[in-house]
Design a protein around this ligand. Sequence first.
Ligand code: GTP
Ligand code: MG
Length: 352
Amino acid sequence: MTISEESEASETPEVPEVEADVAEVETSERKRYECLEDLPGVGPATAQKLQEMGFHTIESLATATARELAPAGIGERKALDVIRHARGSISLSFVRADELWKQRQSILRLTTGSQVLDNLVGGGLESQTITEFYGEYGSGKSQMCHQLCVNVQLPPERGGLNGAALYIDTENTFHTERVISMARHYDLDPEEVVKNLIVAEAYTSDHQIFLLENADKIIKDNNVRLIIVDSLTAHFRSEYVGRETLAMRQQKLNKHMHKLIRLARAFNAVAVVTNQVMAKPDVFFGDAIHPIGGHIVAHTSHTRVYLRKSARGPVRIARLVSSPYLPNGEGIFKITENGVEEVDEAERGKKR
Ligand code: GTP
Ligand code: MG
């Protein structure tokens, strides 16, 4: 009782002050800041420390927590202040549902290269959220990622976002040649296409985390509209072996995924991760194939698509397994020399 009274009493005088700060940012015509040093209370030394910690842009500060900024030597109050100003600058705040609806209008859609697949996920992959492709070896996850790197560069009328792509490659599977042949198929200049494609190879799970933590400036400077992590889980799976490491693995994966969501939101980008599967030998009914990563990955991937091979060589079956607002369903597409393509009517008639 005494403690709560005491803390209440000691906190009360501060409340109006905090509110005053909020009001200031809300009412003054929201000031836009270009770089960290422009923010009130951030000097060159603090800015440098923040950059070393992976905060290079106002956008990344706007989605940071006060605790995350502590290692830069910023006290909690000052951190909250900095975050508030950063939020004011990019207008991130509490919103009413009608405003949220407006915000959703800013969501962009990226074509997969297959109309069937686009329809399955509600008209293309959505910006500001994470789409996960999971499936067995050779099911087409990395091929899909390569295709998206080309598609994102298309103008909106062709299903693209007029943007660049960032590809975090954890299994050394990225092939420039493959992107070039896909670009040629779209009559795009391959040289231009590969210039708008930033590839970062991640050698370990910590390296993978580090790359994403430091990606904000690259994303901003290059107009990146597609962030890929292929594969999300491979390093984690091979490095964290045994039950005793599970909690640590999940904690790191969780933070990694949340960083990805925040980048996708801050830059209105499409985020795509790939994931392997494992068979659960103890499942007798239903699907014994499960994606790696447990609840953490399941809950942070907004849209999950399960890819599998079919008996017919290039044809792949995509199943929408989870979406916040779409019914589950299935569709087929194919992977050819050209990339991700529609299965035409004649082929569709044949048995899978
Ligand atoms: P893992 O990363 O091993 O889990 O698999 P993945 O799901 O990423 O598989 P990936 O996307 O690498 O798919 C490989 C498959 O795509 C190959 O087995 C081929 O069937 C197909 N593929 C890849 N490149 C080409 C190509 O140039 N032409 C054609 N026709 N098919 C290709
Ligand atoms: Mg792959």
